[in-house]
Design a protein around this ligand. Structure first.
Ligand code: PLP
Length: 365
């Protein structure tokens, strides 16, 4: 039995409606900012329950452009345990990332945020790691108290919720990725920004399209960061499937949780009442992680490590002067987490095979 991490070949077996719509766009020649883009944006905004959604060229730009639009150039608090794009977007916007450690659930710890707020702090960029929602009540009230913007990195958290409200609907802006390996995925790169404020939405639409107000007027120097019309069609198709994908993943996660019950060497996440995860990643803490990883791979289970080196210890972070030991939990996570393949094309037999293999490893070796 082989359990693959990537399910892309299966995912688009049935996509005739996409081909038909793409054909229409090709015949019209309407490749940029075609009508299918605002149609998708309306559907995405409704899905997250915010007034505005803006399609952009990547999830990375979906973090970068709101920081630019808000003119943030001071300190921005963000976790040291995330994908690289979170910190890179802050740097590229001209601001200074300041790390605050995560908790055992991989998400930024609100208490650690409070410890590093200074008069220079302008924003918080929390990451809903693996689709697990951050404590948005705590983060929101800190932001209110100190007058900070919040850009939620919800790249992995489409459809996740904190206390009934979607990730990406809490902050000044929310950033989503449509990368092929994300939950709502397209045939290349793309992203979506969500926000509440109409002026901010207008500015973001301008910035993604060269800062143009109309064909002949540039209000401010902008970027080329549009979501292609063709990709908006694919995104809209996938968005319609999001809820059924999420319930399948949640069901499999519950099955896997139960099948792993009693394995003392691992520690997985148990949701609080407010936490509704899309289970984008099924990640947990595991003793002897590296050996376990090789063992699983030898048994054809495509497990992964997200990610073995925390951001503050990357060569690119050298200039900020962080040391090993500065963020103990992020370092622990980098050393002991492992992600099992869990997605809508996994069967319950696969789940039991993974659980049995894991038990075998801890029992037998
Ligand atoms: C994927 C990802 C991004 C970047 O999204 P892209 O669409 O690949 O640019 C940012 N943050 C996190 C947490 C991600 O997982």
């Amino acid at each position: 039995m082989r359990i693959p991490y990537s399910y892309l070949p299966q995912q688009f077996l049935d996509c005739n409606d996409i081909w038909l719509k793409i054909r229409e766009v090709v015949m019209r020649g309407d490749f940029t900012l075609g009508k299918e883009l605002p149609e998708f944006e309306r559907a995405f905004a409704d899905y997250i329950q915010v007034p505005h959604a803006i399609g952009v060229a990547s999830g990375t730009d979906a973090i970068f452009l709101p920081l630019k639009a808000l003119g943030i150039t001071g300190e921005v608090i963000t976790p040291p345990f995330s994908f690289y794009a979170t910190t890179a977007s802050i740097v590229n916007a001209g601001a200074k990332p300041v790390f605050a450690d995560v908790g055992a659930n991989f998400n930024i710890d609100p208490k650690a945020i409070e410890d590093v707020i200074t008069p220079q702090t302008e924003a918080i960029v929390p990451v809903h790691w693996g689709g697990w929602p951050c404590d948005m009540d705590a983060i929101y009230s800190l932001a209110q108290k100190h007058g900070l913007a919040v850009i939620e990195d919800a790249a992995q958290a489409t459809g996740s919720k904190w206390d009934g409200r979607s990730c990406g609907a809490w902050g000044t802006a929310g950033a989503f990725s449509l990368h092929p390996l994300k939950l709502v995925n397209i045939w290349g790169d793309g992203g979506v920004i969500t926000c509440h404020d109409s002026l901010l939405a207008e500015k973001l639409k301008r910035l993604r399209n060269h800062g143009m107000k109309d064909r002949d007027t540039v209000i401010e120097w902008g970027y080329n960061s549009r979501l292609d019309t063709i990709q908006a069609i694919v995104a809209h198709h996938m968005l319609k499937k999001a809820d059924s994908i999420i319930s399948k993943r949640r069901e499999l996660a519950r099955t896997l949780d139960a099948a792993l019950d009693g394995v003392a060497e691992i520690e997985w996440l148990v949701p609080l009442q407010q936490e509704f995860s899309n289970y984008y990643l099924y990640t947990f803490h595991a003793q002897r992680r590296n050996e376990l990883l090789s063992y699983l791979i030898s048994k054809e289970i495509d497990a992964k490590v997200h990610y073995p080196v925390p951001l503050h210890l990357q060569p690119a972070a050298k200039e900020w002067g962080y040391q090993r030991g500065d963020f103990p939990m992020a370092e622990k996570c980098a050393g002991d987490t492992i992600t099992l393949p869990l997605h809508e094309f996994i069967s319950s037999d696969d789940v039991f095979y993974m659980a049995d293999t894991l038990r075998e490893f801890y029992k037998g070796t």
